[in-house]
Design a protein around this ligand. Structure first.
Ligand SMILES: [Zn+2]
Length: 234
């Protein structure tokens, strides 16, 4: 069986999404990529979470062609594959319809950064994509879903802002690996919920100042990160 370790990590990331209450019905999937092999591991479609085993996951190439697995992959595979091709440093992707982030996606409003919870994970507002054209929707829909996402990151580093709101749909988050992608999906939902409450209390809140935003993001990420324990490589 190919990529045994990555299969386990991707399975755990999918279960993390469920444990954290981010999966409404079956709207949730996580994947990971092995860059050296140029292979994706993704959740199968229609297998109950409590029965899902590493061998059920599906291995595909970066074009989404199945390399190993008998089950059908998640129907969002073409979106994941397109994002792996476009964003070379990401190692995992998580898609959910978590409710607060989805509400912002449906309102077609980016999530402003009002505080340090958001700033710890995202170095800027969470962008919202443009809408898809009828041709894109009626064509290769799942692959085309990645088109406005990639466009939204023309001037944003996807590793500095590892999430997006797809207009009228919901959030995608990513990270260096599948575990981080699931964690970012979780923190995105928290940032979306807290920002919603903030705007309820004060309809015109000020965004966080640059110094505080930079301090919080950069102490956890980037060259001079010092927060938490030193990372050990696997
Ligand atoms: Zn979806």
């Amino acid at each position: 069986m190919l990529l045994g370790k990555l299969r386990e990590t991707v399975l755990e990331a999918n279960l993390d999404l469920v444990r954290r209450g981010l999966v409404l019905s079956t709207f949730g999937n996580a994947s990971g990529v092995a860059r050296s092999e140029a292979l994706i591991v993704i959740k199968p479609s229609g297998v109950p979470y409590d029965e899902m085993r590493p061998e059920h996951l599906v291995v595909t190439d970066l074009q989404g062609k199945i390399v190993e697995g008998t089950l059908r992959p998640s129907s969002d595979l073409p979106t994941h594959a397109a994002l792996y091709r476009a964003f070379p440093y990401i190692g995992g992707i998580a898609h959910t319809h978590s409710e607060y982030a989805t509400a912002w996606a449906q309102a077609r409003k980016p999530i402003p950064c009002y505080g340090t919870t958001h700033a710890d994970y995202f170095h800027g507002p969470i962008p919202v994509t443009g809408t898809m054209s009828d041709e894109e929707i009626n064509g290769d829909y799942e692959a085309n879903t990645a088109v406005p996402i990639i466009r939204a990151f023309e001037k944003i580093d996807p590793m500095a802002v590892p999430a997006v709101l797809v207009a009228n749909h919901g959030p995608f988050a990513w990270g260096a690996d599948p575990r981080q992608a699931a964690e970012n999906a979780w923190m995105l939902e928290a940032a979306a919920r807290i920002a919603f409450f903030t705007a309820c209390i004060n309809p015109q809140p000020d965004e966080i100042g640059k110094a505080l935003h930079d301090r919080h993001f950069l102490r956890k990420h980037g060259q001079k990160a010092y927060y938490g324990q030193a990372r050990t490589k696997e």
